[in-house]
Design a protein around this ligand. Structure first.
Ligand code: NAI
Length: 246
């Protein structure tokens, strides 16, 4: 068990990649808080962890609300006694070419993907710094490095998240807290299933490993960075993209 006695929060843990991360961390012994706006799916994922013999709770959290993220940390510590791991996975897209992108499209994506992660980090890192131990893993994206037409808001939010990762790593290294990012390529979830079939086929041609990634591919990377096997790694970006970008 890589995460025995550890306590983890996974934002956006109800479905998709966050769900796979929650299940994987729990399977290695972590007690997991699933923090998400989606109560129904969150309840199902929590139940799945419990059925497999793990420990999990669901807390309804909108990561854009600092009051919610403070409550998320407080309730986790009240329930499980401590907090060691934070996975900032909650994220949304509102894709449009720049000339058609509204102020609202821009702002909402930045608020959830970047400010949301900041809110969670600010709430959680106090507890971690005090305990002189913490593992923060931010789910960024390949497009936060390469850019992507139609995703000015999303790619800027993910690029910002990578820069935030490095600053958190520098500010809290002396307190035993590491902070790393994962940059997934194209992963088979609701987010990418919304793409037209032809666009998906074209995409797969650009991936050396010739398939989309799975949520489990990303979860393995999170498990590694959240474990003590990665204790000398901080401020790093791990690409999980089938070789699409090297
Ligand atoms: P998804 O849409 O299946 O899941 C996102 C989860 O975040 C949902 O459970 C949703 O309810 C939750 N969420 C949304 N807004 C929230 C808020 N304000 N507060 C709390 N929870 C909120 O998406 P998916 O594909 O699982 O993506 C997860 C993360 O991985 C996102 O950050 C995404 O940007 C990133 N990613 C996804 C890729 C993909 O190909 N699917 C590729 C690269 C990165």
């Amino acid at each position: 068990m890589l995460l025995k006695e550890r306590v983890a929060i996974v934002t956006g843990g109800s479905q998709g990649i966050g769900r796979a991360i929650s299940l994987r961390l729990a399977s290695e012994g972590a007690r997991v808080t699933i923090a998400d706006v989606n109560e129904d799916a969150g309840g199902q994922t929590t139940q799945q962890i419990k059925s497999a013999g793990g420990e999990a709770i669901f807390i309804k959290v909108d990561v854009t609300e600092p009051g919610d993220t403070d409550r998320m940390v407080q309730q986790t510590v009240d329930t499980f006694g401590s907090l060691h791991i934070l996975v900032n996975n909650a994220g949304i897209t509102r894709d449009r070419l720049i000339l058609r992108m509204t102020d609202e499209d821009w702002q909402r994506v930045l608020d959830v993907n970047l400010k949301g992660a900041f809110n969670c980090i600010r709430s959680a890192v106090r507890v971690m710094a005090r305990a002189r131990y913490g593992r923060i893993v931010n789910i960024a994206s390949i497009v936060g490095i390469t850019g992507n037409p139609g995703q000015a808001n999303y790619s800027a939010s993910k690029g910002g998240l990578i820069a935030l990762t490095k600053t958190v790593a520098r500010e809290f290294a002396s307190r035993g807290v590491t902070c790393n990012a994962i940059a997934p390529g194209f992963i088979d979830t609701a987010m990418t299933r919304a793409m037209p079939e032809k666009a998906r086929e074209e995409l797969i041609k650009r991936i050396p490993l010739e398939r989309l990634g799975t949520p489990e591919d990303v979860a393995e990377g999170v498990l590694f960075l959240a474990s003590d096997r990665a204790s000398y790694i901080t401020g790093e970006v791990l690409n999980i993209n089938g070789g699409m970008f090297m």
